[in-house]
Ligand binder design. Sequence first.
Ligand code: URA
Length: 252
Amino acid sequence: MMQPALDIVIAALERIRQTSDHLPRASRTAVARLQASHPLIAYMPAAANKAELLVPIRDRVRACTKCPHLACSRTQTVFGVGNPDADLMFVGEAPGVDEDQQGEPFVGRAGQLLTKILKTMGFAREDVYIANILKCRPDTPTGTFGNRVPTPTEMQTCRPYLVDQIEVIQPKVLVALGAVAVEGLLGTRGTMRELRGRWHAYNGIPLMITYHPAYLLRNQAPSEKRKVWEDMLQVLERLNRPITERQRNYFL
Ligand code: URA
């Protein structure tokens, strides 16, 4: 490409980055290639620290009031947790009451089950990255218990933050937990029966869809637990992680 054309592309990317709510949709590899052919312009250093790149996204989430009803009702935003360099990233639905209080995803009962699943896979929570479609707890009428499913509008509004997180982290494998997470991520609705247990893709990243841990808490049938575990075995295989005989035979 001619240098003046490169100047225009890089300057445009930089402008989008500075003025837009989310990062421009240019893969880091593409940007690195542009830079390599045009070293004088500093745009998103290829070797930039992923943790540092997450900071401005976290700041935007923290200050977000795009859903005024959620900004009013939340205790705090729940950005994400774990290793920004993770090969494996989990995407859930939205913070529940425990997550809203602690500011960390998946710390309640469902989260404890997710942590157990991770442990059985051979991971600590710190090894993977965990985030939700929504960064605020869906509000519920005062005096009521339980969680509410995020609305499509809430998910659409919040999705760009997750898109940016994934763009920075660039995991080798994504796992969507439950049909709501799938709808938030891919914009497609489907039953878990149709969706789970096989590979999908999000922006070229292999995506495994499995049941939300809360489903397993509601439905303790060994057959359902085994399904989730089989999905996780596929994830381990895709990541080229060694699988022990014990893991193969495991029922959550
Ligand atoms: N359920 C989710 O989907 N996300 C959380 O963070 C907690 C429960």
